[in-house]
Design a protein around this ligand. Sequence first.
Ligand code: NAP
Length: 312
Amino acid sequence: MGKPDADLIILGAGPAGLTAAQYGARANLHVLVVEELMPGGQALLIDALENYPGNIGSGDIPAKSGFELAQDMHRQAEAFGACFMTETVSSLRKEGDRFTVTLGNGETLNAPAVILATGTKRRPLGIPGEEQFRSKGVSYCATCDGPFFKEKKILVIGGGDAACVEAQYLARLSSQVIIIHRREKFRAQKALAERVFHNPHIEARFNTRLLEIKGEQKVSSVVLERTDTGERYEEATDAVFIFAGAIPQTSLVPDARTDEKGYIVTDQAMASSVPGLFVAGDVRATPFRQVVVAAGEGAVAAHSAAEYIEAY
Ligand code: NAP
């Protein structure tokens, strides 16, 4: 086997991958990052990253958005020497003690260590009308599509952090936001749930399930069901924003050990059950998915990968 193409290949350039790239390059590794879209991952969709340490803004200047922070992280990683490629990865294989990454264009890259930082994708509900009205009133991204629904009636589905944060964002665009949650209380962090309760533009409707999305050319109503009484009713709406959780992007590593929800299990050093494969960010089994956590995990993963390569 000849010289590897890189010391470390990082798959995914969200906050975990970008931080790993910076730490890996600073540790003098030849780092290649492969990302199918633009650097930033799901953080690109965050309006103001107000809980990222130090990102407080000042005076009239708000906290940086996820987009701005991701751009800074990307520039920082490149400044330390990390190389970035915009490509889809079609497979990841381990032969002997080396990984081979096959790109969508057929090209292959190899390295002794890989960091998987592929994150998650939004979970669809799988109900009638959801697919038919996607981008015609059904959305999974408030910052992308919210501005199309200024002062329109908006339904937000879900009871987690994403639903509560995004409902807040949408309530700046419209005074008619209804958050629909199937249980009797939110799953979201208390501080985020409190903000929803105190927002005069948001109505929280609990014990309610979305059964169907209806319309002609675009969404015009939904069918809802009370989970406690079984009562069904139709509610007029212009938009349905769905935040029903996430699906970890693990298809490249079918052999790595996962938890019962499909997230990859690692040790404290971010090492997976596959030697040389480190994992960081939302795709990892972790109790708290935040940009700052992903960044921290990226730093640990790069440090561990550097130690692994040193001993290689
Ligand atoms: P999540 O925490 O898994 O919450 C998903 C919500 O969707 C839950 O309330 C769940 O209901 C509901 N749901 C799932 N399937 C459903 C269905 N078929 N019908 C109706 N409702 C359904 O996911 P998330 O809110 O997308 O957040 C993902 C991760 O990112 C979390 O770890 C979160 O902490 C993190 N995050 C953090 C922030 C922040 O800190 N600012 C912002 C966004 C996301 P049940 O409660 O009944 O299970």
